[in-house]
Write a protein that binds this ligand. Sequence first.
Ligand code: HEM
Length: 470
Amino acid sequence: MSIFLGFLFLFPLFLILFKKLLPSKRKLPPGPRGLPIIGNLHHLGRSLHSVFHKLSLEHGPVMLLHFGVVPVVVFSSKETAKEVLKTHDLETCTRPKLVANGLFSRNFKDIGFTQYGEDWQEMKKLVGLELFSPKKQKSFRYIREEEGDLLVKKISKSAQTQTLIDLRKASFSFTAGTIFRLAFGQNFHECDFIDMGRLEELVLEAETNVCILALTDFLPTGLGWLADRISGRHSRMNKAFSKLTNLFQHVIDEQLKIGQLQDHSNLVSAMLDMINRPSKFSSFNITSNHLIAMMSGVVLAGVNAGTITMVWIVTELIRHPRVMKKLQAEIRATLGSNKERITEEDLQKVEYLNLVIKETFRLHPPSPLLLPRETMSDIEIEGYHIPKNALIRINTYTIGQFNPERFSNTSINYKGQDYELLPFGAGRRSCPGMNLGITILELGLLNILYFFDWSLPNGMTIEDIDMEEN
Ligand code: HEM
């Protein structure tokens, strides 16, 4: 009897032990075999999204890799993207704490790199009010239109003297000029501490450094730290960030000189006005670190995506003369033949431009992997177990023919409800700058396509165009 009672008592304990010793029945996603310590780091190349794309053709739309010791799950179909960004949005909407992101966001005090929680929500509310609200958008309209006029003036000068235009520089000057004026209150076209060329170098240097994979994040403690210092990665990142902070300090000094911070005429002056004052944003106190982090976020998230998209659109139009001809004819017919300037009244009128923008986003999304996410709890997608604290990447990269007509007679849009077209992401962490980004893009395109005809430099053919994604 006592043996029987003892067995009854110990049986549940045996069961627990047995379960722990057996390999987990939960099915992990398939993926390429990794090496000890480095995992799959040796599989990666310069362009992460095309490496993931090639690997997914072999391993499927849910794929597990290891960057060193960190599990990384890559989702590569519209169905699985929907599972992550819609069904499991809440469990996957935090960001991993990567060293470069922590550096550029002053220890996660921005919006884009900050972990999900109250601080992120408060910062998002603040920017929603001071930068993206319909009221602000209306009051900044004259800035965007003036920048459009300036773009036309610059291109006209080159056209008159028959000199080549560097479209990347012209697009950067327009996009960055607009965003920095409305977010920082700073006109970089007329500025005595930096010129547009240098500003472009700084933005590119910051972007490159924030996107680089730091081994500190992935290799076992100490090893990655040492490797980043020996390779110079750590020092390059710090240099890039300190150059940006220097620039920000100049901008802040200018705003303090102008004064009238209480008018909240731009994001920087509004935040300067709020620093160290009890805020209307609950117990959340804005500090100078939040301000620097936010400025860094505007530089990293706001400028290059629009610039790159404008360059891709004109590149695809030059490669496809039929589309260029049709688009310019539609723009000129819709807006009339003797306009002196493009205004925001002209936006959203040319349906074919909308199709061209969608098709360019489909083939050349500026952030094909969106921003990294991290699981906050175990989840299951397509029967695969995705563990807590796994790094999540959504790969939106596609290869195909440029054909804007594929979007005619469909309701597919880029606003985050159609998972085959996600240039701005979807769910809680989708891009809050989407409306502003699209307005600037469309305004820039209407200006350059209404007033000018475009062609390649003498001696260059369509085949010479470098279509490599960087
Ligand atoms: C064509 C223009 C733009 C494109 C294609 C674009 C694209 C994106 C993408 C793909 C993300 C990541 C979404 C995700 O992880 O799910 C993002 C996030 C973000 N974008 Fe944009 N963006 C553009 C313009 C802007 C502008 C003009 C601003 C601000 C001035 C901005 C501010 C942000 C911020 C703050 C985030 C982080 C959101 C968060 O993590 O909560 N973006 N954007």
